[in-house]
Write a protein that binds this ligand. Sequence first.
Ligand code: TXA
Ligand code: MG
Length: 351
Amino acid sequence: MKTEYIVLNTEAPDEEVIRRAGRIIREGGLVAFPTETVYGLGGDALNPESSRKIYAAKGRPSDNPLIVHVCRWKDVAPIVRSVPGEAEELARAFWPGPLTMILKKNDSVPPETTGGLDTVAIRFPDNRIAQALIDASGGYIAAPSANRSGRPSPTLARYCLEDLDGRVEMILDGGQVGIGIESTIVDLTEKRPVILRPGYITREMLEAVLGEVEVDSALIDPDSGVAPKAPGMKYRHYAPRGELVIFEGERDIVVEGINRAAASQMAAGKKTGVICTDETKLLYEADSVKSTGSRGDDESAARELFRILREFDDEGVERIYSESFDEGPLGQAIMNRLMKAAGHKVISPGN
Ligand code: TXA
Ligand code: MG
């Protein structure tokens, strides 16, 4: 299949292109498109054949359910068994935006889209191209992140092309995404709301609306052996090709520890990379040193992380050392991705 690549203006997307892209999805094809979090790989959520194609294009296990994207609050009710008051409150506070809600689905959503579950994940993204495309496609787009399974989620359209060229009909380029990590997922099907994946909408923000919110215990202790409730969270994911190790602790000790590890790898002929911040960038000696922005700017760290991991792949970096990014409201969401990318390899050189 030939993949068409089209650059769009996010504020005023070309209507003719959106109409064509919408037709592709309505006819059962696939279109990659920008959202405010990461790029999505979209197909018709109500067409089982489209969901099968998404799994095939991504190389993703089909027991891992897809998120259904809508562009109007009123489009939620027709695909769920009932709309809990909590969903309405969250939608009022955070939609359109980086929050996905899990609700009980009805029969209009095929089991192929939800990986056989009787629940469905729904999100209303805050991006004009995404909204226009959803509308033109009939209102319901199933879209996982537009990466090949196991690779970092794409924050730029060219990474969709890298992963999906020849596997989708069209890629819509809307520039670099604003947030850079995937949406927060909250499950509203249990007695109490539970966060299944941390993201830009933090626990504190959800609690300000709903009162107490729990966090899936598999996220708190990944070694507990408890299976995460979001099936996708069990996969390693976000993995760069090089081996990644996270260093944590006091700044100078981390710098020294990373430099020592990098020096020994370089002596062994390995290409090394470091993920750090503006404050420490000049202190490292490695083949490639990349900053996420200033220390404490967690929004910048979220936006840059996946891009940096992909750049190291492009540069052929074999050993990557990263500072940790656990402070700030997005610390939990960033460390969740970084820890997965590292396969939970963490060193605390001070201890
Ligand atoms: O920001 C985002 O959410 C992006 C953009 C494209 O919207 N999408 C995204 O989709 O990250 P994906 O497929 O990469 O991740 C979806 C996650 C997976 O971990 C999946 O297991 C979980 O959502 N999920 C989907 N439906 C679910 C359900 N019914 N119950 C529990 N978890 C679900
Ligand atoms: Mg993904």
